[in-house]
Design a protein around this ligand. Structure first.
Ligand SMILES: [Fe+2]
Ligand SMILES: [Fe+2]
Length: 253
């Protein structure tokens, strides 16, 4: 582990996202399937995926320049592009069902507001909470949906989100050089609060996909433990990416 070159995180992830963005969605038949309760919920996630990430990108560039990782900015730009592609796929699906897209929602606005002034490390920590929530959520949508098209989108999103968690774990490890227990505790508290809000807004979809509140929270906390383990391993290897050490967001669908 100690033999890794320092701070190659950005380069490895830039290459990963470049390759991933070349791979389109293997969409099956574009079926029409309307379930207004699910559409209401999906709209919020579609909005969340559509962030332009201006501040995150700015922080990543500054942080990368300061820590000697010149590729981090480009990696982050491609990561944001991949998230926006998720928004595009979900938006395309919703529009085809005759469902309008959201322009704003209070949860998304609060989430964007609290991230903005934080700096790179805390911003990534907040982002990790959203990335974690996405895993049980898209798993539940995939299980609950009768649309082959939506199920194919969810399958691809879950695959991408697993990589996003690895990428952000590596970033956390670089940003939080002193990975103290207090930070872990604060991060868990933030995730728990996020779970409560998400359950309030999307509990029906999560229930339809087989999650009770307890199971949903446990799944999220397990993923956070994996992210912290990945961050810790990345920190020990001075920012280098180690495939075995980083997190695996297992697909449950
Ligand atoms: Fe996403
Ligand atoms: Fe993501």
């Amino acid at each position: 582990m100690d033999n890794f070159e320092p701070l190659t995180t950005g380069l490895i992830w830039r290459n990963h996202f470049r390759a991933s963005l070349q791979e389109g969605l293997e969409a099956p038949i574009r079926d029409r399937w309307v379930d207004s309760a699910l559409a209401d919920s999906l709209r919020q996630f579609q909005l969340g995926e559509s962030s332009d990430g201006v501040h995150l990108l700015q922080y990543a560039r500054t942080f990368g320049a300061r820590t000697g990782d010149p590729w981090l900015g480009e990696a982050m730009a491609l990561f944001i592009q991949e998230e926006n592609r998720h928004a595009h796929w979900l938006g395309e699906f919703l529009r085809a069902q005759g469902e309008p897209l959201l322009k704003r929602h209070w949860v998304d606005s609060v989430f964007r507001f609290i991230r903005k002034p934080l700096g790179f490390g805390p911003m990534v920590a907040v982002l990790v909470c959203a990335e974690i929530i996405a895993v049980p959520y898209y798993t539940a949508v995939r299980r609950a949906s009768r649309s082959e098209w939506l199920r194919a989108i969810c399958w691809r999103l879950l695959r991408d989100e697993a990589h996003h968690l690895r990428f952000q774990a590596a970033n956390l490890g670089t940003a939080w050089r002193r990975f103290v227990p207090l930070f872990r505790f604060g991060h868990r508290a933030l995730l728990l609060a996020t779970c409560v809000v998400v359950w309030r807004e999307h509990g029906a979809v999560l229930r339809a996909g087989g999650f009770g509140f307890g199971g949903f929270v446990c799944r999220c906390l397990d993923l956070l433990d994996e992210v912290h383990a990945g961050a810790e391993a990345s920190r020990r290897s001075y920012g280098a990416y180690s495939k075995e050490a980083c997190v695996l967001a297992r697909e449950e669908a």
